[in-house]
Design a protein around this ligand. Sequence first.
Ligand SMILES: [Zn+2]
Length: 121
Amino acid sequence: PALTNADIEKLCQKALSVIPDKVKYYAEIMGVTYGRITIRNQKTRWGSCSSKGNLNFNCLLMLMPDKVLDYVVVHELCHLKQMNHSKKFWKEVERYMPDYPNYKKWLNENGGALIERMLRR
Ligand SMILES: [Zn+2]
């Protein structure tokens, strides 16, 4: 079913109470420091990391399995070490989440349907 504006609002509220704690948890393990965290409903991205270390996450992540959300957090934090998608970058992701290909695959296969639900509102 299509998501309503109220649904999106709720997801963003939930994301604000869940994602910053997760980011803090993984950043400590990984030994990285980050800037601001923002949550948005976006059509094209699950997360992003600016050169200043500010992180941005999509509120639709709240509709995904927990491990997929963790993968997106680890992925963005790895950009604080490698600002690209090089082999080195994926080695970093693998180091902190050896089974990440499963979650990457989940996103590729199911992410589009979530975006569709948002766009149909
Ligand atoms: Zn990336």
